[in-house]
Write a protein that binds this ligand. Structure first.
Ligand SMILES: [Zn+2]
Ligand SMILES: [Zn+2]
Length: 213
């Protein structure tokens, strides 16, 4: 197995969209497809990767807007994973209308994430990722830990010298800080943090420099 993570920055928010792929098997998943699903498909194809699923850290519209276009690129549509506690967002267009936005129709969620779940890049492939539940920005926010790469895809939980907003439905500051302490800062200092917005950082850098913690 030869895993690799590719980042694309897409959409008006702007969002980091990640492809996690394996150069040996040619399988990959897309994490948090924002606006511009077609460009994710082009990029995966250029890598020689076939997509095995769509994994969502949470249900906010800017992290899911491209899911429909990507899911429908295969027959049957690609599986879509989300924690059930974020379905309230997902089934209301990810809250797009609250922000005066609209997003394309969303595919059905077919995979219910839960804390500690281990995921492979496609059905029958060995697990490469651990699901970490980290509520506080939203009630069902999850992160994807790729231990073999020393990388955590952390969505809107923590950013370089920032944290996710907690003023939207399901958000709670105390819960978010607790999630960061127990689910992010419990990882080794050199662990790469790959967030939903902005530049990547590390656990050690944030432990020292994040003003919210
Ligand atoms: Zn969010
Ligand atoms: Zn976001």
């Amino acid at each position: 197995m030869k895993l690799d993570i590719i980042r694309m920055t897409l959409g008006p928010m702007p969002n980091n969209v990640y492809l996690l792929g394996d150069h040996d098997s040619g399988r990959a998943v897309v994490i948090d497809p924002s606006f511009g699903g077609a460009s994710v498909l082009v990029r995966a194809k250029a890598q020689g990767w076939n997509l095995g699923g769509i994994w969502l850290t949470h249900g906010h519209f800017d992290h899911i807007a491209g899911a429909g276009e990507i899911a429908q690129s295969t027959h049957p549509p690609l599986p879509v994973g989300l924690h059930p506690a974020d379905l309230a967002w997902y089934t209301k267009d990810g809250g797009a209308s609250q922000f005066g936005m609209s997003i394309p129709p969303l595919p059905e969620v077919t995979l219910a994430f839960e804390a500690g779940m281990r995921l492979g890049l496609d059905a029958g492939l060995p697990a490469v990722v651990e699901v970490r539940l980290a509520p506080g920005h939203s009630a069902g926010h999850v992160m994807f830990y790729v231990e073999s790469l020393g990388a955590l895809l952390c969505g809107d939980v923590i950013f370089r010298q920032g944290i996710g907003r907690t003023d939207l439905a399901g958000g709670d500051m105390g819960t978010l800080l607790e999630s960061i302490r127990t689910q992010v800062f419990s990882l080794p200092d050199e662990t790469r943090l790959l967030p939903g917005h902005g530049p990547e950082t590390t656990v050690g850098f944030e432990r020292e420099n994040n003003p919210f913690l």
